[in-house]
Design a protein around this ligand. Structure first.
Ligand code: NDP
Ligand code: N5H
Length: 258
């Protein structure tokens, strides 16, 4: 394979279950021969992530670490442990977001200060915090990929405070790309179309959202975790060596429709 990822190690943050976008990324990178390091928010997810990896990825030599991105000490400890255990990493996939459920309906104007700060803390600041912690491990250069959504660029019903947090995430991605380019570390975002994951469960009217994609998106169908995974593979590989500070829409073309 011309762009094999054999001999390379990638940190995947945000696998909750087999429907997670992070899991689509993990499988694409694994298929290209990469070694994977998984992080999860708390110990209670350790077994389910390990079981998923053991039962689904052939001949893996993955490693697992707990990392709650709201905690600076936890981030430091995680990346110190990764440095001690593997030394160098070649990329990181940040697939983490959270907002309180009550913020994801009605009018944005009603966002509480606490809800606003929680969404920004977990969904936007965390990229900057983990990029800073990962940088010393990327001594061969690297690629950082985050997951964003159209609601950060345009107003999307019910997305509310998450849209404002994604706008902050998108801008953080560009500033990080500017800071880290001199170390040959690239930073990009994938803007995914709606995918039914645990996070998407119970928020908004997902069937209505998917119906609109089927009727109006150029490709007339929703995207899959695999399609997002393959774009992450492109961004992690040398195929994308000239690309940084970019948002790639993997959304069946929906974002171009007015
Ligand atoms: P998942 O529910 O599968 O993943 C969300 C992840 O966020 C979970 O693994 C969760 O970890 C993690 N997380 C939440 N809080 C924390 C924390 N404090 N520390 C560490 N991890 C945390 O959903 P998706 O795969 O859909 O979401 C992944 C990304 O994709 C998000 O950024 C989302 O905004 C984005 N996205 C999703 C779209 C969709 O339609 N699904 C569309 C566009 C973008 P845990 O389970 O361990 O709590
Ligand atoms: C316009 C829409 C639909 C309405 C808004 C959805 C926003 C979703 C994003 C956040 C991340 C969802 C979220 O935080 C859910 C939590 O309040 C409750 N869920 C949990 O706590 C579960 C158990 C854990 C695993 O979830 C997290 N996140 O930790 C947007 C959709 C069309 C697209 C979409 C779903 C975008 C997106 O950013 O995820």
């Amino acid at each position: 394979m011309k762009f094999s990822l054999e001999g390379r190690t990638y940190v995947i943050m945000g696998v909750a279950n087999k429907r997670s976008i992070a899991w689509g990324i993990a499988r694409s990178l694994h298929d290209a021969g990469a070694r994977l390091i998984f992080t999860y928010a708390s110990e209670r997810f350790e077994k389910s992530v390990k079981d998923l990896v053991d039962s689904s990825l052939e001949e893996h030599n993955s490693l697992f670490y707990e990392c709650d991105v709201t905690n600076d000490d936890a981030i430091d400890q995680t990346f110190t442990a990764i440095k001690n255990d593997v030394g160098v990493i070649h990329g990181l996939a940040h697939c983490i977001a959270f907002a309180n459920k009550e913020e994801l309906k009605g009018e944005y104007m009603n966002a509480s200060r606490e809800g606003f700060l929680t969404a920004h803390n977990i969904s936007a600041y965390s990229l900057t915090a983990v990029a800073k912690a990962a940088k010393p491990l990327m001594t061969d250069g690297g690629s950082i990929v985050t997951l964003t959504y159209l609601g950060g660029e345009k107003v999307v019903e019910n997305y509310n405070v998450m849209g404002v947090a994604k706008a902050s995430l998108d801008a953080s991605m560009r500033y990080l790309a500017s800071d880290l380019g001199k170390y040959n570390i690239r930073v990009n975002a994938i803007s995914a179309g709606p995918i039914r994951t645990l996070s998407a469960k119970g928020v908004g009217d997902f069937n209505k959202i998917l119906k609109e994609i089927e009727e109006r998106a150029p490709l007339r169908r929703p995207v899959t975790q695999e399609e997002v995974g393959d774009t992450a593979y492109y961004l992690m590989s040398d195929l994308s060596r000239g690309v940084t500070g970019e948002i790639i829409h993997v959304d069946s073309g929906f974002s171009i429709i007015g």
